[in-house]
Design a protein around this ligand. Structure first.
Ligand SMILES: Nc1ncnc2c1ncn2[C@@H]1O[C@H](COP(=O)(O)OP(=O)(O)OP(=O)(O)O)[C@@H](O)[C@H]1O
Ligand SMILES: [Mg+2]
Length: 318
């Protein structure tokens, strides 16, 4: 079996998720390399706190979009949460300050505080990824997401913050309602928008982001897991939570599978793995599953990643 649906030209974003250490970055790199070899210009983005792409491709990558290999149209980018928050502050800081300072005596540092509210970083990360996709600079963006849990938060929290701000604003506006004109007449700073216009702008943005990742023709979600109890449990949880958020998983890669029963150790391990692979297949009959064998060597450098692409997609040029 090989990965399905990722080659379609409509696919603009591939999100790779899963538990820590299961091979997400390795698989994300292999998918990106494969897409590059089909003639596409691809950016692989890692939002991992450790610079994992640099390690795998054995070249420095960092915060700037960097060409990975002169032979391919493959680029890499490692973004840190600090960078994401900085972008968020530049984009939303002034508006947030305008809104909050209209009803509370705060100084601009308050924006830093808001930046620590759960959900902000995740929402802005999605915003950042969406902008990369929509910039049109790449045919496809492959996103190596942070380990599980974290990714799920992405989908839950954005609305919470907006609802919170909206409720607070409405509350204060009611409080000052005797100054009826506040509602419409007071325009803010450079933006010349009313409070509710600013907040509904955020809400609109949040909805656009959700809409963007739910668009199955353009955005694909790929999970990586291991054939062990923990991997199975976490996969079930992620698939369920993603489905609850109207997102479906297109493929699951089952990694670190023992290929040959060439000794008692491998025989026992393979038997154990087969049980869990069976459970995975039975629990998610509608999701395409691909087995990736454990290789003797770690996966580093373009050649080894290419071998993984080959295993995941069947044939590959290059
Ligand atoms: N099929 C495989 N065979 C052999 N080694 C593998 C295989 N898949 C991944 N590895 C190795 O396992 C290690 C972990 O892989 P990787 O960094 O891709 O995991 P990850 O899920 O991204 O981890 P993290 O959650 O820490 O980001 C790496 O050293 C990688 O080379
Ligand atoms: Mg990783």
């Amino acid at each position: 079996m090989s990965l399905e649906g990722l080659d379609d030209s409509s696919v603009r974003l591939v999100m790779v998720g899963g538990k820590g250490g299961v091979g997400k970055t390795t698989c994300a790199c292999a998918v990106a390399l494969h897409l590059t070899l089909t003639g596409r210009k691809v950016l692989i983005v890692s939002s991992d706190p450790t610079p994992s792409l640099s390690d795998i491709f054995t070249i420095p990558i960092g915060h700037k979009e960097t060409k990975i290999d002169s032979r391919f149209e493959l680029y890499g980018l490692e973004i840190s949460s600090e960078l994401v928050l900085k972008g968020w502050k530049e984009r939303f800081g002034p508006e947030i300050y305008e809104v909050v300072s209209s009803f509370a005596d705060v100084d601009y540092d308050f924006v830093d505080y808001i930046g620590t509210v759960p959900g902000i970083e995740e929402e802005y990360m999605l915003h950042f990824i969406r902008e990369l996709v929509e910039s049109g600079r790449y045919d496809t963006v492959v996103w190596d997401t942070a380990p599980a849990g974290h990714t799920l938060r992405l989908l839950k929290l954005p609305h919470l913050f907006i609802k919170h701000m909206e409720a607070a604003t409405k509350f204060y506006m009611n409080l000052y309602s005797y100054a009826e004109k506040l509602k419409e007449a007071v325009k803010f700073g450079k933006s010349k928008k009313t409070l509710l216009q600013i907040i509904s702008g955020w809400e609109e943005l949040s909805l656009q982001i959700v809409h963007f990742i739910r668009d199955e023709a353009r955005s694909k979600y790929l999970l990586v897991t291991i054939p062990e109890a923990l991997g199975v449990r976490l996969t079930d949880r992620m698939v369920t939570e993603l489905n609850e958020n109207e997102l479906s998983v297109s493929n699951i890669i089952i990694n670190y599978v023992v290929q040959h029963e060439d000794c008692a150790f491998h025989q026992t391990r393979k038997r154990m793995q087969e049980q869990y692979m069976d459970i995975l297949h039975r629990t998610h009959p509608d999701i395409n599953m691909v087995t990736l064998y454990l290789s003797a060597e770690e996966v580093r450098g373009v050649d080894r990643i290419h071998a993984v692409s080959h295993a995941l997609f069947g044939s590959d040029r290059g």
